[in-house]
Design a binder for this molecule. Structure first.
Ligand code: HEC
Length: 153
């Protein structure tokens, strides 16, 4: 307090203005240092939060990768007949009368039934038991389910 009023007095005289500033500057630097420490803490906090977010995103990506592996399988093995949209509206699909995968007839079947059809084939539908693992069939059946959800919308 005493220093401060000295500083004010100094600026009033104008002569020892710089000295007055130095006096006032002092607490400022301390405050700045405090802020740096505070910012440092905040930075650590943000990095922790950042890592938590990165982990959450990574876990979600894993889930997406599984879903998209069903999509990838579908595009490479099934879309030729069933079409990318699952309707079976392709040249080959029309010739072979590929099922519309979003239709009620297909969607009302259980996962186990669809799994079996994909695994063993059915009529013109070729069997995929030799090409795809059980897990890949499970994923592609999950993907087939999303045509049902799309059709309802
Ligand atoms: C060579 C063409 C062709 C390919 C490739 C093909 N399908 Fe099919 N799919 C068909 C035909 C044709 C049917 C109708 C079979 C029937 O009911 O006689 C069918 C029917 C289905 C059905 C309906 C089964 C039911 O029980 O109603 C599902 C589900 C299905 N296919 C999924 C798939 C999946 C998943 C793939 C890729 C792994 C695939 N299909 C690849 C031609 C194909």
């Amino acid at each position: 307090m005493k220093l401060h009023s000295n500083g004010l007095a100094a600026s009033k005289t104008g002569r020892i203005l710089s000295k007055g500033f130095r006096i006032i500057d002092c607490p400022k630097t301390i405050i700045v240092e405090d802020e740096l420490v505070e910012q440092g803490r905040r930075f650590h906090f943000m990095t922790s939060i950042g890592w938590i977010l990165v982990s959450i995103v990574a876990v979600c990506q894993l889930g997406n990768a599984q879903a998209s592996s069903g999509a990838a399988t579908f595009k490479s093995k099934c879309a030729l007949c069933h079409g990318a949209d699952g309707t079976g509206n392709t040249t080959l699909g029309k010739q072979l009368q590929a099922a519309n995968l979003g239709s009620k007839e297909v969607q009302k079947k259980t996962d186990a039934e669809l799994h079996k059809t994909v695994h063993d084939g059915n009529g013109n539908m070729p069997p995929f038991g030799e090409q795809l693992s059980d897990d890949e069939i499970t994923q592609v059946v999950k993907y087939v389910r999303h045509f049902g959800k799309m059709a309802k919308k």
